[in-house]
Design a protein around this ligand. Structure first.
Ligand SMILES: O=C(O)CCC(=O)C(=O)O
Ligand SMILES: [Fe+2]
Length: 455
């Protein structure tokens, strides 16, 4: 009896053990499945929070980020095959062929934009190096995946919230958002205007400041008069910029009448630029009442077409656009006062910098005195102390705004800030007519307009 009982007991024990083993195995398997899942859930939560933070007017759960359906209309939104530059071509010049003196004469002093090639081939962020086995092995290359490996936990700015505070995501979260394969029905793939990293603080932070060593200032842009203000006081001037297709920068003029260079490390960017013009102003380029919401892609869909019409250039007298696609390894030069908008055609990584040179100092100084009066004073003191009496003299000669002639007033307001408003009656008339035309054009996309109103 005892023996049988023991046998039975043994048998039950064995069964129990087996059961518990299988149970544990399943538990392990389940946990294994759940572990990354939980991580993904956490990242999705962070993405939703970043979206709510940067665009509180759009409901994340009710499809606010996908309401236009641009993601399902790539053929249209991102198609640049028949791109026409109405005003002429943006010249491409090779840094190997054009000397800095020639660049100053032909582009800088004439405020002519251009695309510079052959200037980044030696930059660690762009170089393709191969190891002995012929495998690509440059860990400093700026791809989203490599940046994630280097800075997984560092947080990059994707926008600002309603109180003006920076909204940030870790590199791991942002890479997850961009990873279309791992993340086919979530993340950037469906968003009309995806999150875009535009971060000017990376070069000041302990972990990420090493990024500064991964590129050079192109020789054409070595002069930077704002450096005299001092690093802490000077306005933001350098940004690391990366994001998925359909992200971008809506139409604007760079602040304080500064010029910029924008080096594309990977991907393709579509640019449109309008030359400085007295009458060109924010109400013309960003008319109210057509559903513009600050997104670059929406601007390209709804406002850009108006600038391609006869009404715009021949009747309205507005400048025609320069349109161009910038490729990886190319640097765009944007002179001060040019309105411009940028749309990322693919996933892109770029670095951009704004600057002030001696020939444009007068305009930058006027804009700084108006926009940042305290800083402009400090700047002037420092310029004098550093022996730039020439610039000091130029600065004190600059008329106050009230002393400008009517013409100068209009031109300086449109070139010094993205908020430039036109103040002539002529421009007001033009605006009314162009607004009508814009509405008419917007109606052509009838279906899309109606869908939007329903949301
Ligand atoms: O790359 C971009 O999105 C455009 C950058 C730009 O225009 C700017 O920084 O002012
Ligand atoms: Fe810009």
């Amino acid at each position: 009896m005892t023996t049988t009982a023991t046998k039975e007991q043994k048998e039950t024990k064995k069964k129990k053990k087996k059961k518990s083993k299988t149970k544990n195995k399943t538990k392990d398997r389940k946990e294994k499945q759940h572990e990354p899942k939980n991580e993904e859930e956490k990242m999705k939560k962070k993405i939703r929070a970043a979206k709510r933070g940067t665009r509180s007017e759009l409901s994340v759960s009710k499809g606010g980020w996908t309401k236009h359906g641009y993601a399902y209309d790539n053929a249209n939104v991102l198609n640049t095959t028949n791109l026409k530059s109405k005003a002429g071509i943006i010249e491409r010049i090779s840094a190997k062929e054009v000397s800095p003196e020639e660049f100053d004469r032909r582009f800088s002093s004439t405020r002519t934009p251009c695309i510079i090639t052959d200037a980044m081939d030696h930059w660690p962020c762009f170089m393709k190096t191969l190891n002995s086995k012929g495998k690509e092995d440059n860990p400093r290359e700026w791809t989203i995946d490599k940046l994630q490996k280097r800075f997984s936990k560092d947080r990059f700015k994707v926008g600002s919230d309603d109180d003006g505070y920076a909204v940030r995501m870790t590199m791991t979260e942002f890479q997850f958002y961009c990873d279309e394969e791992r993340n086919p029905d979530y993340g950037c793939k469906r968003d009309d205007s995806p999150l875009y990293v535009f971060d000017g603080s990376v070069f000041d932070k302990e972990n990420t400041k090493e990024l500064e060593k991964d590129f050079d200032i192109p020789s054409y842009f070595s002069e930077d008069l704002f450096k005299y203000v001092g690093h802490k006081r000077r306005p933001p001037h350098r940004w690391v910029v990366f994001g998925p297709p359909r992200s971008g920068s809506s139409v604007h003029v760079d602040p304080l009448a500064t010029s910029a260079w924008n080096a594309l490390i990977s991907g393709q960017k579509r640019w449109v630029l309008y030359p400085p013009d007295k009458g060109l102003s924010k109400p013309l380029l960003k008319p109210k009442g057509i559903g513009l919401d600050g997104e670059s892609v929406t601007w390209f869909q709804k406002a850009y077409p108006m600038t391609q019409t006869r009404e715009w250039s021949e009747v309205g007298g507005c400048p025609k656009s320069f349109d161009v696609v910038q490729n990886a390894g190319e640097i765009m030069f944007v002179p001060d006062g040019w309105w411009h908008a940028v749309l990322n055609i693919t996933h892109t990584v770029a670095v951009t910098q704004n600057f002030c040179t001696t020939p444009r100092f007068d305009a930058v100084y006027r804009a700084t005195r108006r926009g940042r009066p305290k800083m402009s004073k400090k700047w002037l003191e420092k310029l004098k102390a550093k022996g730039r009496q020439d610039l000091y003299d130029t600065a004190v000669r600059q008329p106050r705004r009230s002393e400008y002639s009517e013409n100068e007033k209009t031109s300086s307001s449109s070139s010094s800030s993205s908020e430039g408003e036109s103040d002539t009656e002529d421009a007001d008339d033009r605006m009314v007519r162009l607004k009508e035309e814009t509405r008419r054009l917007a109606k052509h996309g009838g279906k899309r307009e109606r869908e939007e109103e329903e949301v």
